[in-house]
Design a protein around this ligand. Structure first.
Ligand code: FAD
Length: 552
């Protein structure tokens, strides 16, 4: 068996190592266009920021080590030019010598990844404007930084854009982040990104939402970024982080099936439309685990796992890829934002029924030093309670909760399972009622009808005459410090003696700070015969939803 793999980083290197473990006899050829295999592209921003000091640490495995340990035929600086499916051979160009030659295969795995988008903006090819994909890109950016950069512009507020912003600020560079949409971190729902936008502002980052780069012009000092709104930004360095496109040229030229967004189409065994060719990683179209829709999800975890699965299937095993649920996390200036499964906006776009709850607990027992608030948003099926997605933002503990919920989604669990979930607890790690349990309690109470809830956004957006009676059950000082316009304040501890002040002919929407006192108040009013609902997540959720767009 001769296995040929195109692309030697996340998906390709995983496939090669797995293939060797499955067969000592197979001939395995790994062809990689750059000079490196299996390098840590996820670490590049931190190398540029100086957190990772040694470049060599990013090279997880060298070509020599891959040859020695896995007995692989590794060919770096070699690019596959074309695939001849009938003859089962590829044409390879040795980039150092420009020599071209052919190589046959029995099975082929495509792992060419995705290339950063370089939008056709006037001046986009000027010196000082970079994308970041590999070590060579990092070397070029580092050389520019070493020349002395005072001002930088990052275009695109996705995961890589945000990581670059943090690492440029670490160098003391005055940094502006330009984003076309009205929020950072597009996969998340907008209100969940408000704390990230706020912390960018606190760190002195100028965040321009709803803005885009229209042109780049050279200056004696570097560049001017001309904004669509007419503004102009001086910079000595520009990083473009506006997304990636699947490297599908080989597949297109070879006549393989391609998805609507350019990803190579594969079946659940990662087989392309040619049964001798598999494809993995950023280059493929996957099925969204929750929605069942085709999706492009460029993440390292899926690419690595797909590489293993494709190798298994090449060697006669029958292993299914379950789909991708888009579990992702990013850290910015000590804040963490993470997501798994479907977002609210995705569910709305697909017109899929859902309910959602917000909880705002601390990551561990509040009395233990170092407790930090986190916000967790949970989306679930209104009938079965099956978990559809989750997002969290805060400090410590965000990653752990999203990982737990990622597993819960994979296991097909419901909000009722979250109530029962037994998680490790000591005061410095969690709470006896972990934020996961809390989200489960709130969601399960909602579905059981014990805790009628309304979405803050829907109530606030309703025309004044259709709005319910708004009741704030916090203390007078909390109320004075900020409240939802139109609300009446009766603290929860006085509620039982002041029922006469409440209308019986209108729905009453109750809120407190995070939802807990509101829940108790809802129970008191419901049992007293009022039509009462609690505003999920309370005033804190209202504040998230109301946060301004520019750094609000
Ligand atoms: P790649 O890792 O891109 O590898 C594809 C390789 O194929 C490339 O090296 C390319 O040179 C080679 N190639 C392409 N065409 C040919 C050809 N014709 N012939 C020979 N070789 C070819 N993901 C996360 O989950 N978490 C993170 O924190 C994270 N951070 C990231 C930070 C940065 C700066 C970048 C760039 C990406 C990050 N990612 C992260 C994304 C993650 O790195 C990718 O999802 C993952 O590397 C995809 O693996 P892949 O094997 O499909 O493609």
């Amino acid at each position: 068996m001769k296995l040929l793999i195109i692309g030697g980083v996340a998906g390709g290197a995983s496939a090669a190592a797995r293939a060797r473990r499955l067969s000592e006899d197979a001939q395995i050829v790994l062809v990689e266009r750059s000079g490196d295999v299996s390098f840590a592209n996820c670490g590049l921003p931190y190398y540029l920021g100086g957190e990772i000091t040694e470049r060599g640490k990013l090279l997880l495995v060298t070509p020599e080590r891959m040859r020695a340990r896995f007995n692989l035929d590794v060919r770096t600086r070699c690019e596959v030019q074309s695939i001849d499916r009938v003859a089962r051979k590829v044409r390879i160009r040795d980039l150092a010598s420009a020599r071209e030659y052919e190589e046959t295969y029995d099975k082929l795995i495509l792992a060419p990844g995705a290339a950063p988008l370089r939008p056709p903006i006037p001046g986009v090819d000027l010196p000082g404007i970079f994308t970041l994909r590999n070590l060579q890109d990092a070397d070029h950016i580092k050389a520019r930084l070493d020349q002395g950069v005072r001002q930088a512009v990052v275009v695109g507020a996705g995961f890589i854009g945000l990581e670059m912003v943090e690492n440029l600020v670490r160098h003391g560079i005055s940094t502006t982040l330009v984003e076309l949409q009205d929020q950072v971190l597009l996969p998340l729902d907008r209100e969940m990104t408000a704390p990230v936008a706020k912390c960018l502002a606190a760190e002195g980052v100028k965040l321009l939402l709803g803005e885009s780069a229209a042109a780049f012009e050279p200056t004696s000092d570097g560049l001017t970024v001309c904004l669509k709104s007419g503004g102009r930004l001086a910079a000595q360095l520009v990083i473009l982080g506006v997304g990636v496109k699947p490297e599908n040229k080989l597949a297109v030229d070879a006549g393989l099936a391609i998805g609507a967004r350019g990803g190579i189409r594969v079946n659940e065994y990662l087989e392309t439309s040619d049964p001798d060719i598999y494809a993995v990683g950023d280059a493929i179209e996957v099925v969204d685990f929750v929605t069942g829709q085709p999706a492009q999800v460029p993440l390292a975890g899926p690419a690595n796992r797909q590489g293993r699965i494709a190798a298994d299937n090449c060697f006669g095993r029958t292993v299914r890829y379950r789909g991708t649920q888009g579990t992702a996390v990013v850290g910015v200036f000590g804040r963490t934002a993470a997501i798994t499964g479907a977002s609210e906006k995705t569910l709305r776009r697909l017109q899929r029924p859902f309910r959602m709850v917000y909880v705002h607990p601390t990551q561990h027992a509040g009395y233990y030093p170092g407790a930090e608030a986190l916000t967790l948003k949970l989306l679930f099926d209104p009938q079965s309670g099956r978990i559809l997605g989750a997002q969290a933002v805060g400090g410590a503990g965000v990653d752990k909760r999203i990982d737990v919920l990622a597993v819960a989604i994979q296991a097909g669990m419901t909000v009722f399972d979250l109530e029962e979930m037994e998680l490790a607890y000591a005061p410095q790690y969690g709470s006896a009622k972990d934020p996961i349990n809390m989200a489960g309690f709130v969601a399960a109470n909602l579905l059981r009808g014990d805790h009628p809830q309304a979405d803050v956004a829907a109530v606030v957006a309703a025309p004044a005459e259709q709005r319910p009676f708004l009741l704030d059950v916090r203390t007078p000082s909390e109320f004075t410090a900020g409240n939802i316009p139109g609300a009446v304040n009766i603290p929860v501890d006085e509620l039982r003696s002041r029922l006469g002040e409440l209308p019986r002919d209108r729905e009453i929407a109750i809120y407190c700070q995070v939802g807990q006192r509101g829940y108790l108040a809802t129970r008191i009013l419901c049992q007293a015969g009022f039509a009462a609902v609690n505003l999920g997540g309370g005033y804190k959720t209202y504040q998230l939803l109301a946060a301004g767009t520019n750094g609000g």
